[in-house]
Design a protein around this ligand. Structure first.
Ligand SMILES: Nc1nc2c(ncn2[C@@H]2O[C@H](COP(=O)(O)OP(=O)(O)OP(=O)(O)O)[C@@H](O)[C@H]2O)c(=O)[nH]1
Ligand SMILES: [Mg+2]
Length: 316
């Protein structure tokens, strides 16, 4: 049985190998992704984003555990080198992670945040497709809600959870980072800390000031959790389920799938064009342009146009 078939059967070892293959972006990887793609589109993709240290990983653990208790299979993709799924995990988180990763119904994958062909969002999207095709029902994607890249990833999700913690003035950060617009559910985590109710009130008043961010009838709830004590998790799961049902019932799901498809096509196109240009460009022409840019004789946009004029129709 080939690797694609094994992944479609939900074989964990094959899924891990497929994820590594897909990250290589080799021609075999492309073929495998093409074969898996018709089997995607079933999983509920949930983005968990928010400032560093707000408790995203701990919340993802607790949510995954509760989803498992409800009989669902879960994939977790963590996009951040400092995540507990990779490098700087605290002992508590590492123990929770090991407990989860022993569970046959949970698949965990951490991704470096740098060095991906076509950028982080494209690589994360491909990893999610593999987990989706392997039959996992809910896929949690954790990103630090700091940069545009991370917001792009959160936009790929069906449901985006924006996590905040009291006392860090996250509300303003969230707005600045564009998280406010993409949030389907707000979570004030670390509700055992002082200031949680104030953070909830601040978010609610901002929501009431703004027209519903999604403008489509779904009003993002503002929930309180204590992820380390797994408190407030069942309300979070209820909100995730309600939003998923809302997306199906309102037709919003099709719109979002289409929007995601377009964004992925644009990213894949950009990456492919860049790749084809770079393998064809004459090294001397390239170096010459870099020099002119450094000497402020040409700006990068004009340089790009001149490059493309030198290679009409970048056919294979
Ligand atoms: N008091 C309290 N601490 C919490 C809670 N949730 C998480 N923490 C702690 O906060 C710290 C950061 O938690 P993480 O889950 O790693 O936060 P994160 O948002 O994933 O962090 P990055 O991935 O580095 O951005 C850890 O020490 C957790 O144990 C909570 O509800 N209350
Ligand atoms: Mg984390």
């Amino acid at each position: 049985m080939d690797l694609v078939q094994q992944v479609l059967m939900g074989n964990r070892r094959a899924t891990a190998r497929m994820l590594s293959l897909v990250e290589s972006n080799s021609p075999q990887a492309r073929q495998a992704l093409a074969a898996l793609y018709p089997h995607t589109g079933r999983a509920h993709i949930v983005g968990i984003t928010g400032p560093p240290g707000s408790g995203k990983s701990t919340l993802a653990f607790a949510a995954a555990k509760a989803l498992r208790a409800g009989g669902q299979t879960v994939g977790i993709v963590a996009v951040d080198p400092s995540s507990p799924f990779s490098g700087g995990a605290l002992l508590g988180d590492r123990i929770r992670m090991q407990e989860l990763s022993r569970d046959e119904g949970v698949f965990i994958r951490s991704m470096a945040s740098r060095g991906h062909y076509g950028g982080l969002a494209l690589a994360t999207g491909d990893a999610v497709k593999v987990l989706d095709a392997s039959g996992l029902q809910v896929i949690l994607v954790e990103t630090v809600g700091a940069g545009q890249g991370e917001v792009e990833i959160a936009r790929q999700a069906h449901t985006t959870i924006v996590v905040e913690a009291p006392g860090l003035g996250d509300e303003i950060q969230a707005i600045k980072a564009g998280l406010f617009e993409i949030a389907d559910i707000f979570v004030v985590n670390k509700a055992d800390r002082v200031g949680a109710d104030a953070a909830v009130a601040a978010l609610k008043s901002m929501l009431s000031l703004s027209d519903a961010p999604t403008g489509d009838g779904w009003k993002p709830p503002v929930l309180k959790t204590v992820a380390t004590r797994e408190e407030g998790i069942s309300a979070l799961l209820d909100a995730m389920t309600a939003h998923w049902a809302y997306l199906q019932g309102s037709g919003e799901r099709q719109l979002r799938d289409r929007r995601r498809g377009e964004e992925e096509l644009r990213r894949a196109l950009g990456a492919e064009l860049l790749q084809r240009t770079l393998v064809r460009v004459d090294a001397q022409l390239w170096e010459g342009l870099l020099e002119e840019i450094a000497q402020r004789q040409i700006d990068p946009h004009a340089a790009a146009e001149r490059l493309l004029e030198s290679y009409p129709m970048l056919e294979r």
